[in-house]
Ligand binder design. Structure first.
Ligand code: 5GP
Length: 184
């Protein structure tokens, strides 16, 4: 795998697609166990844009009836979390009275997930679970339970597999980490 350049920064290979795919298999298996035979179809809430690839890959592996709702949030400017989460596009469908599985690309400070929980509850969801492809455990200090976690990663800025650096990098199937010039 080669390094990639996005705007003014270089990123080096970090997690190959095969590992991401295996982590999604494991998460899907857990969700399938939890929701198998549930009477009402739960709603998958795809948090745009970062979770698009993860949601698509996860959905293909789910074996129970489910709905898909999207919404768009943003808290990052460049490579830094601003702390304030902005709602750019509201919920594309109803979650009222339904079980919701919030699908996040990555949980960092947790501001986004706390906000999402509040939004989903405010719209009258029956229950909400959280599924995230990636987690930065060194940074996450909130109380919201993360029900399904694909992989834990150190506190570094990553791109690829849906994740961007100022809107570039989402299309790469592997995950890359910012290149600080040091060798492993
Ligand atoms: P939090 O609110 O938990 O701090 O951040 C969550 C959101 O920030 C994620 O959904 C993602 O959009 C963005 N984010 C957090 N860490 C990273 C990262 O390492 N790389 C990229 N590209 N986005 C990140």
């Amino acid at each position: 795998m080669e390094k990639i350049t996005l705007h003014d920064k270089t990123f080096k290979p970090f997690i190959p697609y095969e590992k991401i795919s295996a982590a999604i298999d494991a998460v899907a298996e857990k969700i399938n166990k939890d929701f198998e035979g549930s009477e009402e179809a739960p709603v998958l809430l795809c948090v745009l844009n970062g979770s698009i690839l993860f949601t698509a890959e996860l959905m293909k592996r789910l074996t129970f009836n489910c709905e898909l709702v999207s919404m768009k949030l943003s808290s990052y400017v460049g490579t830094q979390s601003t702390g304030a989460v902005r709602q750019i596009m509201g919920l594309s469908g109803s979650v009222t009275g339904k079980s919701v599985i919030i699908i996040e690309d990555i949980v960092d400070t947790g501001n986004t997930i706390v906000d999402l929980m509040n939004i989903v509850k405010a719209y009258g969801a029956k229950e909400a679970k959280v599924c995230t492809m990636l987690l930065k455990p060194e940074v996450y200090k909130k109380d919201v339970k993360l029900d399904y976690v694909g992989m834990e990663i150190p506190n570094a800025f990553i791109v690829g597999f849906g994740l961007d650096y100022d809107e570039l990098g989402r299309n790469y199937k592997d995950i890359y980490v910012i290149d600080d010039g040091k060798e492993e």
